[in-house]
Design a protein around this ligand. Structure first.
Ligand SMILES: C[S@@+](CC[C@H](N)C(=O)[O-])C[C@H]1O[C@@H](n2cnc3c(N)ncnc32)[C@H](O)[C@@H]1O
Length: 322
């Protein structure tokens, strides 16, 4: 593991490997329904595009979750308690944690991200704005076993997992992931997690297919990234962004749909596409409060509190291990 230290900022590189990117893309494109895991959206450009999505008028989850965190920060601080080691998998720009830091005064903060450059910049910005906070930024893939680079004896661990990133997992994978988090925080830890709620199809369709085409650019950036990093020859004009709510499965799906019959090469490996065939790039599962509490319960967490907005668009839950 590479690590560096500057002032209150420590940076650990647990090296998600380029070889894994290649292997997972090839594996996904060899499936009957071609797919690529959503974690590969997030290179530097992808992380910037995701931040732009968060600012879109149609994208209700970010502003709704931020309002929930702001309006309930005192109660959240009472539940979470002061002085914990606060771990945030998929921390992105570390914007939301800022709403909690003054109330929680954590012992230290561990943002954990796959998007290396974005993590470095966000952690530097945060460390600069909060000189009292020890930041242990960790570049890692949270779908591999989570290893904390810093975990002092006797300090409670609390995981903060906002943004409904849990919705990107299949429900069974989500249960396994929460089980891992329960093991990570231990018997006296906690989990503060943001979960998007079931709602009207129209609102979901607008949120994932905005008028400005930012979500489409985010989806297509995946192909540009594969071209840049894996020596592929995707012609992005041959693919269209598609998103829809699959009501039966309770998830929004993102696809890249081929507009014609054609072949793509990735470092010499060839893949044929027929017109209308898609690459499935993301799921975003939506839950009711009860569905999510059941799922967390299966993973060994007990509900302690849940906060919502007045329109019941989004939820923030606090769970503890039994
Ligand atoms: C939906 S965004 C949420 C960002 C932020 N937590 C928020 O609430 O706005 C998901 C974040 O998780 C990161 N991410 C996705 N898959 C990951 C993985 N397997 N390991 C580590 N980070 C991951 C992405 O880079 C991105 O920043």
């Amino acid at each position: 593991m590479d690590s560096s230290n500057e002032g209150n900022l420590n940076f650990y590189d647990l090296h998600p490997k380029p070889a894994d990117f290649f292997a997972e893309v090839i594996d996904g494109l060899n499936k009957t329904q071609k797919s690529i895991p959503p974690k590969f959206f997030y290179d530097k450009a992808g992380s910037r595009l995701f931040d732009a999505i968060c600012d879109l008028p149609e994208y209700y989850p970010t502003r709704t979750e931020i309002n929930i965190l702001k309006q309930n920060s005192d109660e959240i601080a009472d539940h979470v308690g002061a002085g914990c080691l606060l771990v945030e998998p998929g921390s992105g720009s570390s914007h939301k944690v800022r709403l909690l830091l003054d109330g929680l005064r954590p012992h230290a903060y561990i943002p954990m991200e796959i998007s290396r450059e974005h993590l470095r910049q966000s952690a530097e910005d945060l460390g600069g704005d909060y000189p009292w906070l020890d930041v242990h930024a960790t570049c890692a893939d949270f779908t591999s076993t989570i290893r904390l680079p810093y975990s002092p004896e006797g300090i409670r661990k609390v995981v903060f997992f906002p943004g409904s990133t849990i919705g990107n997992f299949e429900p069974e994978e989500a249960t396994r992931f929460l089980q891992e988090l329960a093991g990570l925080v231990g018997p006296n830890g906690g989990l503060l997690i943001g979960v998007d709620l079931k709602k009207s199809k129209d609102m979901l369709h607008a949120a994932y297919d905005d008028e400005q085409g930012v979500t489409a650019a985010f989806n297509v950036n995946l192909l540009k990234r594969i071209n840049r990093e894996l020596g592929a020859d995707f012609k992005t004009e041959n693919f269209c962004h598609q998103s829809f709510y699959n009501e039966l499965l309770g998830r929004v799906e993102l696809h890249l749909v081929s507009q014609c019959d054609h072949t793509v090469s990735i470092s010499g490996e060839c893949f044929s596409f027929t017109a209308g065939e898609s690459i499935h790039t993301e799921n975003s599962y939506k839950y009711t409060i009860e569905e999510f509490q059941d799922l967390a319960n299966k993973a060994g967490f007990r509900p302690q509190a849940v906060w919502m907005d007045d329109d019941s668009l989004f939820s923030v839950h606090y769970f503890i291990p039994p």
